[in-house]
Design a protein around this ligand. Sequence first.
Ligand code: NAI
Length: 248
Amino acid sequence: MDIKNKVIAVTGAARGLGFAMAKLLSEKGALIALIDLDIEATNNAVKELPNAKGYACNVAQEHEVVQTFSQIKEDFGHLDGLINNAGILKDGLMVKTNDDEVQKLPLSQWQAVIDVNLTGVFLCGREAAASMVEQGSGGVIINISSVSRAGNFGQTNYSAAKAGVAAMTVTWAKELARYGIRSAGIAPGFVETEMTDLMPEEAFNKVANLIPLGRMGRVDEIAHTAAYIFENDYLSGRIIDVDGGIRV
Ligand code: NAI
């Protein structure tokens, strides 16, 4: 796909990886719909990109997602791409002991991550695919998974959601190819953003020491991969690991 003049929606686009991907695609001539929960940060991000619009939306809420994608269609008249990037962390061991007392991961902590990181990806992917199928001119959906999809200490909720995201990516590639829609994923390792700032120091140091390239990733390195997926018309149904060589 030639990115120039294409309309691309990016979720969680107000900062971090989402904003970096929106910025690079915008530099390549795309018109960007920035979707985020944080409307103030979104409005600031929109000011930095030409031909961009911001949408306040919680991707975990079906009615908000349906309304947002319908508004994007009204505003831009078309939708060619989606990056499902919005995600949160609420890490914790499934069970742990404290003074011989067994503590359990609360269901609410499981559910909050599943709602945003898995259901949110499904809802946005569904609405974007429906628009693309209606238009009949194909499209590209990129889902942001994680190296944690293989299972990571303290991340029962996050790992399960990111494994689900990887599986949905492959499923959509198979289901949507007949409409000219490609679906692919990116599984970043550890990238410097506000999200990784939230990791407990002990866990962070443990992981950082395991990265063969000896450093965290940069947001522009993930954005570069997103542009590559858009531009390579034979790439579908695969998750690209961009992780400095780390395997967890
Ligand atoms: P971040 O925390 O810096 O930014 C996430 C953005 O998503 C924020 O602007 C936030 O307001 C928005 N957001 C959160 N919940 C939302 C919701 N319910 N609806 C709409 N927007 C919502 O995160 P970061 O680091 O940029 O991560 C982006 C994606 O990349 C996430 O899916 C994350 O799991 C994934 N990832 C990040 C890695 C990293 O090392 N930073 C590594 C692997 C994956």
